[in-house]
Ligand binder design. Sequence first.
Ligand code: IMP
Length: 433
Amino acid sequence: MPLDVVIGAQWGDEGKGRIVDRLAASADVVARVAGGDNAGHTIHAGGRVLRLHLIPSGILHPHTLCLLGACMVVSLETLVEEIRALQAQGIEIGPARLKLSHAAHLLTPAHRALDAAQEGARGGGEIGTTRRGIGPAYADKAARRGLRAESMSDPQAFARQVEDHTRQAGEWLSAVYHTQAPDPGQAGAAFGEYAEFLRPYLADVGALTGRSLAEGKTVLAEGAQGTLLDLDHGTYPFVTASTPTLAGALAGLGVGATHLRRVVGVAKSFQTRVGAGPFPTELFGQEAQRLRGTGTQAWDEFGTTTGRPRRCGWLDLVLLRYADRINGFTELALTKLDVLAGLEMIPVCAAYELDGRLQTTIDEGLTALDAAQPVYEAQAGWDPSVREARHWDDLPRAAREYIERIENTTGTPVALISVGAERQALVERGVAA
Ligand code: IMP
């Protein structure tokens, strides 16, 4: 009864979708566990590029049961759109294949309006949220006035609830932010229709997961965002409002840790971030552009959800070790190794200089990052493209040494290496699944 979990080891956008896509091939159940449509997974399959924000990327494997877990905040509009878009592509998806946790919270147009208004009111101190309403939806959940998915079982009562919620949010929006709110009647009517459509998808995801594990099925939890965006352990306040770590995955699934088999931390071969907040190894100008790409390719460093150019920098091993500690990775998956080809020398951040001391771990919380000066070690670069590599020995020696440097620092094996955008562009080392 194995449970495998895929977690972002950096600030999100690590390329988890394609690692999940690979692992989902041998999973029976695939689940999204936390966050909402602030996430975006790009999957390249059979010449098609699919962008999913809510539905687990495991949906592309026809044998999987897909779950949306309890710790998610779900935009019904996005969910209905994604279901219809997938159906239009000929992907079989319906209540027998997709289940939404009755305990998941719902995200409304009022939450999105609040997110935008709150960001606007922060002046120069914006978090740089995706403006999808994530923070306000989780705030309502914590304040115990949220809308839970289970309310959809009575669409008419639910429509009234959404109307009340929108009216209350509107009072707040106009009194505090002097902003116009979405129309309560319209929101209620739209949500009543979504409820009619989505009612058959409701389920107790914890019970389903527990039963699947008891039957010996393989469950794969697909994390969204990344460890450094964690509400508690990330670069607060420049974080998302959920728990994108292993702990959050277990909470979202509603099962215990005893089932765990693999905890795969996904890290990019370099580092990116969208939105504001500290980023010690950040690069600017042409150096950043070299890693980011120009936006002409789907895999260039521009947000899947917002289209924003991502901030780019060198790999930070201090932060990777921090993420490893929080999640207890059994292995790492390294993505976008191909982007580094052609660089003569690749700096990796091995330590920080902080208050005149050299630190290889973070022992004072991430607020210390503001003052941290990265100390780089140079790894030799390699010239040939690695895009055709499928086995460890196909990689140039310098690329193998780069990966071994990561393993030696974290003490965690790198089991999967993505070397290109296509589904099959992966090097696997000793992966059991
Ligand atoms: P929110 O989740 O929209 O509230 O945004 C909070 C912070 O998390 C912002 O810096 C966002 O850019 C960042 N963020 C949220 N979701 C993602 C993601 O899927 N990838 C990368 N960054 C994200």
